[in-house]
Design a protein around this ligand. Structure first.
Ligand SMILES: [Cu+2]
Length: 276
């Protein structure tokens, strides 16, 4: 397998059958170790926002797709049921990263080899279902928390692309951009006023994505990075987040920024101060 892609048989970790191809169970973890948004010809997993696809290369028809956008710094895990014994391509699918540029082409990420005795999928699923915890999901606790403040942050770029802004400002480590009280849960709207994806990333806490371009999402986990879609037809891309600033250990100054290194280095970063 190439960098950033691992697969192993993991029937006990089965949570959801995303793809039912045949008799083998695999656990896929895909992530961007490299935070650069490199050119499309760079065959590094997660080097830019991708869609990940698992497709049969031994059958006559393409297999179903696992659709998850993976931006710089993002990770995704999925359980899939593998195919008949054989070799399977693991690759990204073309993605228009920048509305003003042609789509990034498909990139080979690795090869999955399926062989050995079939896993007992029904038994694996039964084990997982028996492990359910009878407590509210933390994501649901966050989702239902009262919102102390609502804020909007617009991500934009100068015409010559030399400066990358959040709310019209470039990063200044001596400036505090946002002051927050410990214990508050806030709703942030991230607007992308540029033609390319920007990857919102915050230090010290996860966040829930509740809406993308006005459409509610029901992903039941917290993230630390999310690719905010680009501006289209004059309308900015938009992601709505709920962020719990509730952990006493994170009191102090920290940052949020675009996870594309070239963008954060050119100013797309701000300072939060979380106070007691
Ligand atoms: Cu960016």
């Amino acid at each position: 397998m190439k960098e950033g892609v691992r697969a192993r048989r993991a029937p006990c970790l089965l949570r959801q059958l995303w793809i039912a191809l045949a008799a083998h169970v695999y656990w896929f973890r895909v992530g961007g170790k490299n935070k650069e948004n490199r050119s499309s010809s760079t065959p590094t997993c997660g080097s830019s926002t991708r869609r990940i696809v698992v497709r049969s290369t031994t059958g006559t028809k393409p297999g179903p797709r696992l659709c998850e956008s993976i931006g710089p710094g993002q990770r995704a895990s999925a359980i899939v049921v593998g195919g008949q014994p054989g070799r399977y391509a693991f690759k990204s699918v073309p993605l228009r990263f920048d509305e003003r540029q042609p789509p990034l082409p498909e990139v080979d990420l690795g090869t999955v080899v399926s062989d050995g005795p079939p896993a007992d999928i029904a038994a694996a699923e039964a084990v997982v279902r028996s492990q359910q915890v009878n407590e509210p999901l933390y994501a649901d606790v966050v989702r239902s928390s009262p919102i102390a403040h609502r804020r909007t942050f617009a991500f934009s770029v100068s015409p010559d692309k030399s400066r990358f802004f959040i709310n019209g400002e470039v990063f200044d480590e001596n400036r505090t951009d946002v002051t927050i009280k410990l214990g508050d849960t806030e709703e942030w709207t991230i607007l992308n006023q540029d033609s390319q994806y920007h990857d919102f990333h915050i230090h010290q806490t996860g966040f829930l994505v509740t809406e993308v371009n006005g459409t509610p999402t029901r992903f039941d986990g917290l993230r630390d990075t999310f690719s905010v879609p680009p501006m289209k037809n004059g309308a900015p891309g938009a992601a709505k987040l709920i962020i719990p600033f509730t952990d006493p250990e994170i009191v102090g100054r920290f940052v949020f920024h675009c996870h594309v290194v070239k963008h954060e280095d050119k100013g797309m970063m701000q300072v939060i101060e979380l106070r007691q």
